[in-house]
Ligand binder design. Structure first.
Ligand SMILES: *[C@@H]1O[C@H](CO)[C@@H](O)[C@H](O)[C@H]1NC(C)=O
Ligand SMILES: *[C@@H]1O[C@H](CO)[C@@H](O)[C@H](O)[C@H]1NC(C)=O
Ligand SMILES: *[C@@H]1O[C@H](CO)[C@@H](O)[C@H](O)[C@H]1NC(C)=O
Ligand SMILES: *[C@@H]1O[C@H](CO)[C@@H](O)[C@H](O)[C@H]1NC(C)=O
Length: 279
């Protein structure tokens, strides 16, 4: 009994390795499927009946965005070999119907199949949506692989994503934010103020608790992706958390770039233009 348990856990440990090549193949398959509108190709990646959520709503693959061919102008994926998960950012500005789509996939490392896929699909009318703006702002940014010796730890990278959201509910939280000191909020640059010491000072509300955090961390690229439920400024209105994705690029322990995609579920997304706009 004991020995078979040990053998079983050994086998699990061996087969549970999640390789970057496998994850890359999966994000490539996903991007190709979205380009062609061939949702069937994504079925090969997932377990039968694995949940697919679009803007937090359980959706059949054939009834969702993957059934629509989209001309993708820019795609970026990161791969988390520890959690066996991926994040992909798609910018489709020149498609007749522009979109910005953020997708995360969680895999079962033993079965090499996705156990969950969720997408934030944003288009006209969503929070500060402007795919042309997103594409233009993304263009000069460098999210290249970071040499091993300069990589931050997974814990440091993730802590910066957490600090960003913790700051929404706690004015004392310090977010280590360096130059160039802006974030791509939907399709607009939200600029902060760079101090003489090279810190970036941003405006935040301080009364918002941001729950439902789901992470993908890729230390080779200094990236953490968080899918969250973004509550409205006024919870007394009973607003549902807004389906929201933030992806952060960290270099040398400092936040460098940040892109957001937020799908409005209520008019004004429960936020108003006081925060987040071109400020
Ligand atoms: C992914 O791997 C499968 C085999 O497991 C292969 O058939 C397929 O062509 C690969 N896809 C891509 C996009 O590399
Ligand atoms: C979207 O962004 C582009 C590029 O910054 C800008 O030229 C355009 O005016 C913006 N469109 C809207 C509707 O804000
Ligand atoms: C607010 O943040 C500060 C600094 O990180 C921390 O010491 C404090 O415990 C936090 N307060 C709450 C209520 O979480
Ligand atoms: C936006 O929200 C802020 C903070 O709750 C509030 O003070 C302001 O009046 C709101 N503005 C509009 C136009 O609703």
């Amino acid at each position: 009994m004991l020995s078979s348990l040990i053998l079983l856990s050994l086998a699990t440990a061996i087969s549970a390795e999640c390789h970057r090549e496998f994850l890359k193949n999966s994000t490539d398959t996903y991007i190709n499927a979205q380009t062609l509108g061939q949702y069937e190709n994504v079925k090969s990646l997932i377990f039968d009946f694995a949940p697919y959520n679009e803007n937090n709503i359980p959706t059949a693959l054939e009834g969702g965005i993957l059934a629509t061919p989209i001309k993708i102008d820019f795609a970026r994926s990161v791969h988390d070999t520890v959690q066996c998960a991926t994040f992909t950012e798609l910018i489709a500005a020149s498609n007749p119907h522009p979109y910005v789509i953020h997708t995360r996939m969680e895999f079962d490392a033993n079965k090499m199949k996705a156990s969950r896929i969720e997408s934030i699909v944003t288009d006209k009318g969503d929070w500060l949506f402007n795919a042309t703006g997103t594409l233009a702002l993304n263009e000069p940014e460098k999210w290249d692989a970071i040499p091993k010796a300069q990589q931050d730890s997974r814990a440091v990278i993730q802590s910066i994503g957490d600090a960003y959201f913790d700051r929404f509910g706690n004015v004392s939280v310090v977010v280590p934010w360096g130059p160039p000191c802006y974030r791509v909020e939907g399709g607009l640059p939200a600029k902060g103020t760079l101090t003489a010491s090279g810190d970036c000072v941003m405006e935040w509300p301080s009364t918002i608790h941001v729950p439902y955090r789901r992470y993908v961390v890729d230390e080779q690229y200094g990236v953490v992706s968080l899918f969250v439920g973004f509550p409205g400024l006024d919870r007394t209105q009973g607003e549902d958390p807004m389906p929201d994705s933030h992806v952060f690029r960290v270099e040398g322990g400092k936040l460098k770039y940040l892109h957001t995609a937020s799908a409005c579920v209520v008019e004004g997304c429960g936020l108003n233009s006081t925060f987040g706009g071109g400020l």
